[in-house]
Design a protein around this ligand. Structure first.
Ligand code: C2O
Ligand code: CU
Length: 500
């Protein structure tokens, strides 16, 4: 049980109140932190490089995480998390067959990066692959130079190193992955979770990371990329579920009934929208957080659709004994050639009886969602043409080139962005470095998708209106997160010019 450290953490919570939910730009990592310019709203942790250790409060311990092993923090200073990540090939036994995959620190998913909001994160990255790569911090509002796209850094060559370093502005569930040939590198296993604890910890009985992926196995290997027209058209959907790196193997939870847990669900797949929900009438669950952190008002959907790249934080409680599960419904074609849903377990629950009183969970207060009127209107169209080489060219605003700027705005602008999908396949649209809210679908107000997002699903021949809070200046990528579409050109740049 993790109750007592959590209570302890709350006592110290005020020490790390930082960059919380407000809409303004917080500390940037590339500005050297120097005792002379620590301003009133800086955290005690921000002062790490200059001050003697003795001046610092003891580090508030992070709550324990269940799921992929957590990266070791090699830096003893409070407020600084320094880790090493090495990308390399890895031979994995799946279905009794040795498959060549790729891994960070020999682990698929890569190690979970665990820190607290306001911490400085230092990642010493080494590329032991035989191809260039980068690391992108999906959803995190980092300084653009640290964003890991080929727009802002030369990809790290084989054998090369790069240090990523920034102050973490937002609490929530984020993830990391390469931004070079990502359709191959992510498919083969290069991704990991980032868990940024709130200044004050939620009081729950467990905090779990669940990364739900699919992979395409073919003849004892990961199928070669872009080999079929279907894959170019719809992106790669796999034939095996990968749940925290285990093939078709649900996570089994057998804990006493009456507990309340926090589950962070990630979709790092190349192209599959996952739909999840629960079986068993002894489970209560609701959505507590989205891409951008905790929601001011949690909600309880029947089913939850998780677009590629998105994350959801759930509260899951099992009141009584009885089998239950989080499942995903996968569309598939049956013998009669009809599309049917196949229900597959992702996490099984088998609560044991207990006489202990049920947990009353408590969650830190979430910042209100921004309510700013847009001062800029932009439209992005999504379409496709066939290139001279016979391959599809996916386009944003008629251009199939990631160097192409689609718009420029100013820091603090609030942009009403209309995403217009002119073709059949869906596109999970992702904007780097900023958050947005989903306002309308096909002109109709949306109520079922509250909260801050960095990724939104744009279904075939539909439109979506989002309002984006452009509070992080720099050069940012905007793209479809179906990694095949991105690789085939559905990627562009958005410029946010810094306020003076
Ligand atoms: Cu998850 Cu541009 O990426
Ligand atoms: Cu797409």
């Amino acid at each position: 049980m993790t109750r007592s450290p959590l209570v302890l953490a709350c006592v110290f919570a005020t020490l790390s109140v930082a960059c919380g939910g407000d809409n303004t730009v917080g500390a940037t990592a590339d500005a050297p932190i120097d005792a002379a310019d620590v301003s009133a709203d800086d955290t005690p942790e921000a002062d790490t490089t200059a001050a003697a250790d003795t001046a610092l409060p003891p580090e508030v311990p992070l709550p324990e995480l269940q799921g992929p092993a957590v990266a070791l923090d090699e830096d003893p200073r409070p407020g600084v998390v320094a880790i090493t990540l090495t990308a390399a090939t890895k031979r994995v036994k799946l279905d009794g067959v040795a498959i060549d995959m790729l891994a960070y620190n020999d682990q698929i998913p890569g190690p979970t990066i665990h820190a607290r909001v306001g911490d400085e994160l230092i990642v010493n990255f080494h590329n032991a692959l035989d191809e260039p790569t980068t690391i992108h911090w999906h959803g995190m509002r980092v300084p653009d130079a640290m964003d890991g796209t080929p727009r802002v850094q030369e990809p790290v060559p084989p054998g090369g190193d790069f240090t990523y370093r920034f102050v973490i502005r937002d609490a929530g569930s984020f993830w990391y992955h390469p931004h070079v040939r990502s359709n191959e590198q992510v498919e083969k296993g290069l991704y990991g979770a980032i868990v940024v604890a709130e200044a004050e910890d939620a009081e729950v009985d467990a905090d779990r990371v669940v990364m739900l992926d699919d992979i395409l196995l073919d003849g004892g290997q990961i199928a070669p990329p872009m080999a079929t027209f279907m894959e170019q058209m719809h992106g790669r959907t796999g034939n095996r579920l990968l749940i925290n790196g285990q093939v078709d193997d649900p996570i089994a939870v057998a804990e006493p009934m009456g507990r309340v847990e926090r589950w962070r669900i990630y979709n790092p797949s190349n192209a599959r929208t996952f739909v999840v929900g629960f079986t068993g009438d002894n489970v209560r669950w609701r959505v507590m957080g989205t891409d951008g952190g905790l929601l001011p008002e949690p909600y309880a959907p029947e089913r939850l659709e998780i677009a590629v790249g998105q994350r959801y934080d759930l509260e899951v409680a099992v009141d009584t004994v009885g089998a239950a599960a989080m499942v995903t419904w996968i569309p598939s074609v049956n013998a009669q050639n009809e599309v049917v849903e196949v229900e597959l377990p992702v996490v099984t629950l088998d609560p044991t009886a207990t006489a202990a009183p049920p947990t009353i969970a408590s969650w830190p207060a979430a910042a209100p969602l921004p309510d700013r009127e847009p001062n800029v209107d932009e439209t992005i169209t999504f379409d496709v043409v066939q290139g001279a080489d016979g391959n599809l060219q996916w386009r944003l605003n008629g251009v199939s080139d990631w160097r192409h700027p689609i718009f420029t705005c100013a820091e603090q602008d609030t942009v009403r962005l209309i995403l217009v999908n002119q073709a059949g396949p869906e596109h999970p649209f992702h904007l780097h470095g900023q958050f947005f809210r989903i306002m309308r679908r096909n002109g109709v107000a949306v109520t079922g998708e509250p909260g801050l997002k960095d990724t939104v699903r744009v279904p075939g021949v539909e439109s979506v209106e989002v309002i984006a809070y452009m509070d992080n200046p720099g050069q940012w990528m905007a793209h479809c997160h179906i990694l095949e579409h991105a690789e085939l050109g559905m990627m562009a740049e958005v410029m946010v010019t810094p306020a003076e």
